[in-house]
Ligand binder design. Structure first.
Ligand code: PRP
Length: 175
């Protein structure tokens, strides 16, 4: 099967992603120093970015995972955020870094922020590979952002269309 046939053009290449992930990790390492950090992968879309990012972090890190979904195979957010799988560990009094693949309307992270702050963490910051500020409906700003993009429907490097194309090693615009 030719995975690339539905791609109109590559928006962000593998090399550009690699260089930016390195830059983001440096910012995070500089900010937290030796402080232990709980790094949370928001499934499913963030898994590729998370895996690349955490391998460049230098503080003591614990992984955790949470599955949230607001799109349910649609191209437009339903605005209703479903927690399909919660964290494994408590975050009380911990520094927490949430890793996302993309912030679009901001509803997902806005709901998540409210939910996680009720568990009394020491701090919560957001790191996203992609940000689409032109689509924002909720008051959310990432602390660390890989790339700000226009309002394109993108796939690859974890992002899907109908559950597929997540394994593409670059970020692309569909035909
Ligand atoms: C995507 C993405 C974010 C969210 C961003 O998840 O991973 O979690 O949408 O959109 P928003 O800012 O408009 O809320 P999706 O619901 O597609 O689930 P997935 O990660 O499993 O693909």
């Amino acid at each position: 099967m030719d995975l690339h046939k539905d791609i109109a053009r590559i928006l962000i290449s593998e090399e550009e992603i690699r260089a930016r992930v390195e830059g983001l990790a440096k910012e995070i390492n500089d900010d937290y120093g030796d402080k232990p950090l709980v790094v949370v992968c928001i499934l499913k879309g963030s898994v590729v970015f998370f895996a690349d990012l955490v391998r460049r972090l230098t503080m003591p890190v614990r992984f955790d995972f949470m599955a949230l979904s607001s799109y349910e195979n649609a191209r437009v957010s339903s605005g209703i955020v479903r927690v399909a799988m919660d964290l494994y560990e408590t975050i009380e009094d911990k520094d927490v870094l949430i890793v996302e693949d993309i912030i679009d309307t901001g509803h997902t992270l806005s709901h998540l922020r409210e939910l996680l702050y009720s568990r009394a963490p020491k701090s919560i910051r957001f790191c996203t590979l992609l940000d689409k500020p032109s689509r924002r409906e909720a008051n959310i700003h990432p602390d660390y952002c890989g790339f700000t993009i226009e309002d394109h429907f993108v796939v690859g490097y974890g992002l899907d269309i109908g559950g597929e194309h997540r394994q593409l090693p670059y970020v692309a615009i569909m035909k």
